[in-house]
Design a protein around this ligand. Structure first.
Ligand code: IMP
Ligand code: MG
Length: 176
C-alpha cells in the first residue's frame, strides 16, 4: 500500500514549530487571518495555530481542483466560502500541498479581488517538479519529489488522512 514513510511525526512537529515561530515574528501586531483550505490542511492549520504566539483569526474554505484521480483539473471549485470579510486584513492561506499550483494560483487571485491588506501562502508540502503555474509560496514545510503522498490530512479518494505521518502511496494503488 505504502512505499515508505517520507516525513515522520517528529519531523512534522519540528517543522510546524519552525513555521509557527517565523509567522509569529512576521505578523506581530497585524492580527492575521489564517484560511484553512479544507479538508487537507486542517491538521496542519490546527498544529500551526496552536504554536502561533501572536493574536490571529481563523476561517475555512472548502475548495477542490481534483476529482477522484491524482491529477489537478485546473478549475477551482468553491464548495464552501469564507464566513469572514477579509477586506483590509492580512491573509495567510494554509494549504496541505502545492502540486501543479492551479489551486493556489486561482485561490490567491480570487481572494485578492476582496481587497485584503495582504495575501501570503503557507504550504506544508511542495512538489516543485510538477508546477505548471508560477505561484510564490511564502512559507514551506518540505519540498518533496514527484510522488503521490498521503497522511497528515492528505488523502487519496478520502482515505488515509488520519495517518500521523506522510507516506508515499504505492503506484499500484492508483495506476491500474
Ligand atoms: P494543485 O492545484 O495541483 O497545486 O493541487 C493542489 C491540491 O491537490 C492539494 O490541495 C491536494 O488536495 C491535492 N494533491 C496534490 N498532490 C497531492 C498528493 O501527493 N497527495 C494528496 N493530495 C495531493
Ligand atoms: Mg487540498
Amino acid at each position: 500500500m505504502f512505499d515508505k514513510v517520507l516525513i515522520t511525526k517528529e519531523q512534522i512537529d519540528k517543522k510546524v514549530k519552525e513555521i509557527s515561530a517565523k509567522i509569529s515574528e512576521d505578523y506581530k501586531g497585524l492580527n492575521p487571518i489564517f484560511i484553512c483550505i479544507m479538508k487537507g490542511s486542517m491538521f496542519f492549520t490546527a498544529d500551526l495555530l496552536r504554536n502561533v504566539t501572536t493574536p490571529a483569526q481563523l476561517d475555512f474554505m472548502c475548495v477542490s481542483s481534483y476529482g477522484s484521480s491524482t491529477e489537478s483539473s485546473g478549475v477551482l471549485k468553491i464548495k464552501t466560502d469564507l464566513t469572514t470579510d477579509i477586506e483590509n486584513k492580512h491573509v495567510i492561506i494554509v494549504e496541505d500541498i502545492i502540486d501543479s499550483g492551479n489551486t493556489l494560483y486561482n485561490l490567491k487571485n480570487l481572494l485578492q479581488t476582496r481587497n485584503p491588506a495582504s495575501v501570503k501562502i503557507c504550504a506544508f508540502l511542495d512538489k516543485p517538479d510538477r508546477r505548471v503555474r508560477e505561484v510564490k509560496v511564502d512559507y514551506v514545510g518540505y519540498e518533496i519529489p514527484d510522488e503521490f503522498v498521503v497522511g497528515y490530512g492528505l488523502d487519496y479518494n478520502e482515505d488515509f488522512r488520519t495517518l500521523p505521518d506522510v507516506r508515499i502511496l504505492s503506484r499500484s494503488v492508483y495506476e491500474k
